[in-house]
Design a protein. Structure first.
Length: 203
């Protein structure tokens, strides 16, 4: 005997099956991306140093604009944070405990290997460590030293997301100095801070 189900009964069974499927998942994959309220979220910040306590500060964000629920789901992905811990553990030895003399672009290309999840990417990097930062406060004839007691990190070397993941791979590498207008085509280890840069940083 064949049991024929009416339209209403079939619809109710379908709803029940969908509800069971959704309840079995830690996050509701149907609704998790269903929102107009989206933005890019900070995922992780790490300080990667060698035995001299010098190195780099790294910042990761979501690759795309995502919902709050998707952001919370991404934070549960253990493999992402395991990879960052591995990066921190391996960096010093890989660069012979000499990060202060490692070109920031060489370090970035190596660090990008640990971006193992397409939903998260490295977006910013700054030099880190007392000795490393001091290199970018040395006076020179073009930029005399500017005293910056309320913004001590201004002028340190850093890269933006477009430097880490460039749109045009044939464009020259740009070296940037935190909160400064001046950029360079090489790592210039002296002060680039102008009085105008410093005043703007205090606003």
């Amino acid at each position: 005997m064949v049991l024929l189900l009416g339209g209403t009964t079939s619809f109710l069974i379908l709803i029940a099956v969908i509800g069971l499927f959704r309840s079995c998942m830690g996050y509701d994959e149907i609704d998790i991306d269903n929102s107009t309220q989206v933005r890019r979220y900070e995922i992780h910040r790490a300080y990667v140093t060698d035995s001299t306590e010098n190195g780099y500060e790294l910042l990761w964000f979501t690759t795309n604009y995502v919902t709050q629920k998707r952001y919370e789901e991404i934070l549960t992905r253990k493999h992402i944070f395991d990879s960052y811990q591995k990066l921190q553990a391996e960096a010093g030895a890989h660069f012979n405990n000499d990060l202060i003399n490692t070109d920031i672009y060489n370090f970035v290309e190596w660090a990008k290997r640990y971006d193992i999840d397409p939903d998260v990417r490295l977006t910013n990097i700054w030099v880190y460590g007392t000795e490393y930062k001091k290199l970018y406060r040395q006076p020179n004839l073009t930029f005399p030293e500017v005293h910056t007691p309320y913004s001590p990190d201004i002028g340190i070397l850093f890269l933006k997301e477009n430097d880490v993941y460039p749109y045009n791979f044939e464009s020259p590498q740009t070296y940037r100095y935190w909160q400064c207008d001046i950029t360079s085509l090489s790592d210039e280890r002296y002060n680039h801070v102008t009085e105008e840069d410093y005043r703007r940083s205090l606003k």
